[in-house]
Design a protein. Structure first.
Lengths: 639, 105
């Protein structure tokens, strides 16, 4: 059981790097901070790989993977039952997440040295990257749900700091506030969920909560509120927290705006790691959700399915390449949630669970690649908009090839990683819910279409008027691209069904050709349509857009969800809730306090003349008082 | 010597002295006169001490000692008060108490 104590360092190194670069970074040359952060991250990465290697392939697991807790300490002890601990928990999903986070983070660190070169606040950027990595790692290895919540909020803060990195830009400030407020609002649900859950079960520990067939839910079944059991409430509320971080509909509005942050940040936080925290949370609580709150699981499935369709449709009409990728991320996150929503527990029943984790893994690789590629393009062209780009394949050969690989992967072309993971999600959906399967099937086609729309209009078509000839990014930026491209190709060959499963026991999967062949065909169809429409410049897309009229405009404006939220908050909540409260505060609470002050002041003005400075007045008052006291005493005592 | 004089007579004298002192303190404007009024008040109290001592506890002496203390302290107080009055005179060229009214709101 022991022997994993070194995993503590995976967590501590980024924290130390954050403190060093954050406190002392400004005293050194910028590059020193960059190199230190990257080196530290590299060490963490190697340690994570060693951990994963010995955990998965070390061979000390008899038939199922054991949960290992190499380190745990009591952090706060409020009472005998209410104890908050901090520790490290290793099980298949947390070890997998360690690998994902450190890999992407290391690549992004490396890439940022090139991308952020010469930017003001270079040191600050690396300090925040380290802080984020630390928080995210702390989140995935949490031994109890409260530790997870603490790191969950830390992740939110570092995301806020990084989105608002260009704090002189009003749009970046607005985006960071939006992201923070929306996720914080969702976290309220998470917190209430935690409280209900721990009230019902009397424990925070994942070990006790997720053990199948455990007795701690014995008393819970009888508790209910508004006709729904307490556990369903708890799980739904916890899912709301997860939906906020993972930008599920209708809390998705912050993610597209979060693209205001620097592109490496988008790759790390808003594509590969932080946004999958919600998926991870649901996966972590999966046994509880599946056995105790099947209604919540239904909700998760449908929310995931709807989000994936909704986001894919919007992605078709966007012109900002980072926003296309953001909506694509939403759509893929929807896939993962859906897979968890349709999953069963144990063996082949748990296919959805395993597929979700598998897709999380492969998606992290190819979506980080796409974002870093987009960063490379933006670096070359100095614009985010697709209509400022065209014919870039000649100028950016490495970016072109790696981007193409990523597009093929996400489109589900056979033998690349995305194909395997997406296929398994589709199979899982087909077994459990035909409607969700149909939705995902359509989304697969849409995904291929919008990715290749992006690809063709950026790399093919006519040259635009560039300020200077676009040039390929330096090697320090292309190495991560190449690494991630290789990872995107081969990640699909990892035997996930033996490693990461719902009950930690491996099972055998077979290719389901009934699903695989049509899904590949619809992917190829999507690519073909994109080829026809966008390979050569034509006015066909514009004409089509005009034909669709209102529908197109609505989609382009993201179905006016931002406007709806603005309306609800500004017009309804501000006017009918905030204003009365503010009025009450200003006039009643403040008025009372101010009133006390005013009365005292006015009264003092009236009576201050009594202090005349005349000694004899005082003496007279004193003696008169003493006499009247004496007389009244005599009067009352004699009576 | 004081045999035959009842206690009340002493008390009446001392009370009259006390109120003369108080009236003097409140009415007179001259600081020196006010100081003299205070001496009257103190001495009326002295009479009380001595008389009560003599009439109630003839074999003890605390009351008389107390009056001696009061005489001593009154001397000290008079010297301080006269020093203050001299300073006030130097500053204001008179010793009228109405003029000493700077310590107010």
């Amino acid at each position: 059981m022991t022997g994993y104590t070194y995993t503590v360092f995976i967590l501590i190194i980024p924290l130390v790097m954050f403190l060093i670069t954050g406190l002392l970074g400004m005293k050194w040359k910028p590059i020193v901070s960059g190199l230190m952060g990257t080196t530290g991250m590299g060490i963490s990465w190697v340690l994570s790989l060693i951990t994963a290697g010995s955990y998965f392939f070390g061979g000390h697991h008899a038939e199922s993977f054991q949960t290992i807790i190499p380190f745990e300490m009591t952090w706060l002890r409020f009472s005998e039952t209410l104890i908050i601990k901090m520790g490290i928990l290793l099980d298949p999903i947390s070890v997998m997440m360690l690998v994902v986070i450190t890999t992407i983070s290391f690549m992004v660190h490396l890439y940022s040295i090139g991308y952020m070169h010469g930017e003001k606040g270079f040191q600050r950027f690396f300090a925040f990257l380290s802080l984020f990595t630390f928080s995210m790692l702390g989140l995935v290895i949490a031994t109890n749900i409260f530790q997870m919540y603490i790191f969950w909020e830390l992740v939110g803060v570092s995301s806020f700091l990084l989105i608002g990195f260009y704090y002189q830009k009003p749009s970046a400030v607005a985006a960071s506030k939006k992201a923070f407020i929306v996720t914080r609002f969702a976290d309220l649900g998470f917190l209430i969920g935690i409280l209900i859950l721990s009230f019902v079960t009397g424990t925070f520990d994942f070990g006790k909560l997720t053990e199948p067939g455990t007795a701690i839910f014995g008393s819970a079944a009888s508790m209910s509120f508004m006709g729904v059991s307490a556990l369903t409430w708890a799980m739904t509320l916890i899912f709301i927290g997860g939906a906020g971080k993972s930008a599920m509909f209708p809390l998705h509005i912050w993610l597209p705006d979060a693209m205001e942050g620097p592109t490496p940040v988008s790759a790390l936080i808003h594509a590969a790691t932080m946004v999958v925290a919600g998926v991870f949370l649901v996966a972590r609580m999966f046994p509880v959700i599946h056995f105790q709150a099947p209604a919540a699981q239904e909700i998760i499935g449908y929310v995931g399915g709807f989000t994936s369709l909704f986001a894919a449709v919007i992605a078709i009409t966007q012109y900002d390449i980072k926003r296309v990728l953001a909506f694509s991320t939403l759509s893929q996150l929807g896939y993962m949630m859906l897979a968890l929503g349709v999953s069963g527990y144990g063996g082949e029943e748990g296919l959805g669970y395993m597929a979700s984790m598998f897709h999380l893994f492969t998606h992290a690789m190819f979506k980080a690649l796409l974002f870093l590629g987009a960063g490379s393009i933006i670096h070359a062209v100095h614009s985010n908009y697709m209509y400022d780009m065209g014919g870039l394949r000649k100028y950016l050969p490495i970016t072109h090839i790696t981007f193409l690989i990523a597009c093929l992967t996400i489109a589900g072309v056979p033998f690349l990683s995305g194909f395997f993971s997406k296929d398994e999600i589709l199979v899982a959906a087909l077994h459990h819910n035909k409607i969700l399967f149909a939705v995902e099937f359509i989304v697969a086609g849409l995904t291929a279409f919008y990715m290749f729309r992006l690809y063709f209009s950026v790399f093919w078509g006519k040259d635009r008027h560039y300020h200077h000839t676009p040039h390929e990014s330096p090697l320090i930026m292309t190495i991560p691209l190449m690494f991630l491209a290789v990872a995107s190709i081969f990640a699909g060959y990892l035997p996930f069904h033996h490693l990461v499963t719902s009950d930690k026991i491996g099972f055998v999967t077979e290719m389901n050709y009934m699903v695989a062949v049509p899904s590949v065909l619809i992917g190829l169809l999507g690519i073909a349509v994109a080829w026809i429409l966008y390979k050569k410049e034509s006015d066909v897309p514009a004409k089509l857009a005009k034909q669709w009229g209102i529908l197109y405009t609505a989609t382009y404006n993201k179905f006016y969800f931002d406007e709806i939220y603005l309306f609800v908050t500004r017009k309804i909540i501000f006017n009918y809730i905030s204003r009365p409260i503010a009025w009450f505060d200003r006039h009643i609470i403040d008025g009372f306090m101010v009133g006390i002050g005013t009365v005292t002041e006015k009264a003092s003005y009236k009576i201050k003349g009594m202090q005349s400075g005349q000694l004899q007045h005082y003496a007279f008052a004193f003696i008169a008082g003493a006499l009247s006291l004496a007389l009244s005493m005599i009067y009352f005592l004699m009576k | 010597m004081i045999q035959g004089i009842p206690l009340e007579h002493f008390l009446i004298v001392s009370t009259i002295m006390f109120f003369i002192g108080i009236c003097g303190f409140i009415i007179r404007r001259n600081l020196i006169t006010m100081l003299m009024a205070i001496e009257l008040i103190l001495n009326s109290v002295n009479i009380n001490f001595v008389v009560f001592n003599r009439y109630l506890y003839p074999d003890q002496l605390q009351g008389q000692f107390f009056s001696l203390f009061i005489v001593g302290i009154a001397a000290a107080e008079a010297s301080v008060a006269i020093a203050l009055i001299i300073n006030i005179y130097r500053k204001m060229q008179n010793i009228e108490v109405e003029n000493v009214n700077e310590l107010k709101f």
